[in-house]
Write a protein that binds this ligand. Structure first.
Ligand code: S3P
Length: 166
């Protein structure tokens, strides 16, 4: 069976949702950021800081190519993974793309003070969130299914995804 890709903005719950969904569907689970951190032996924020965002994006792109040659997986992608035409095309070809959403207030609340997210580690994270959301909408909107996770627990989010893909 084709892969299930969980995409969407930072703080929408992709990793926790993907892990739980994989367990419920008895599929393998991959978290792209987690794999990159393991490979590089450092957290994403440090990769951005020491090697730069473009280095991270190259690793992300190579990994997506690799993962899209596999099957039967649930894959949680980093928030910027689909904001690149080649990546989006690879995911579309090899699986169904579920985009998790949340409003800017919820995203801000869930990511606030979290230094692990280098792109939001700025003076005005709300402005940054709105700017990134706007820039990425044309990419996220090409997903197959959308789910607003505002106010939902991980279990409820997974229930809804299972309904959607049935
Ligand atoms: C990013 C999101 C992060 C991580 C990196 C870049 C982005 O993943 O890949 O910090 O560009 O939105 P999460 O969405 O899991 O936080």
């Amino acid at each position: 069976m084709k892969n299930i890709y969980i995409v969407g903005f930072m703080g929408t719950g992709k990793t926790s949702t993907g892990k739980e969904l994989a367990a419920r569907l008895k599929r393998g689970f991959l978290d792209l950021d987690g794999i990159i951190e393991e490979k590089e032996k450092m957290p994403i924020a440090q990769i951005f800081g020491q090697k730069g965002e473009s280095y991270f994006r190259k690793l992300e792109k190579d990994l997506i190519k690799d993962v899209s040659s596999k099957e039967d997986l649930v894959v949680s992608c980093g928030g910027g993974a689909v904001a690149e035409a080649d990546n989006l095309a690879s995911l579309k070809k090899s699986g169904v793309i579920i985009c998790l959403k949340a409003d800017a207030d919820t995203i801000l609340k869930r990511t606030k003070g979290n230094l692990l997210r280098p792109l939001l580690n700025v003076d005005n994270p709300r402005e940054r969130i709105n700017e990134l959301l706007k820039n990425r909408e044309p990419f996220y909107s090409q997903s197959d299914h959308f789910l607003d996770t505002t106010g939902l627990s991980i279990g409820q989010t997974v229930d809804k995804i299972i309904e959607i893909i049935k």
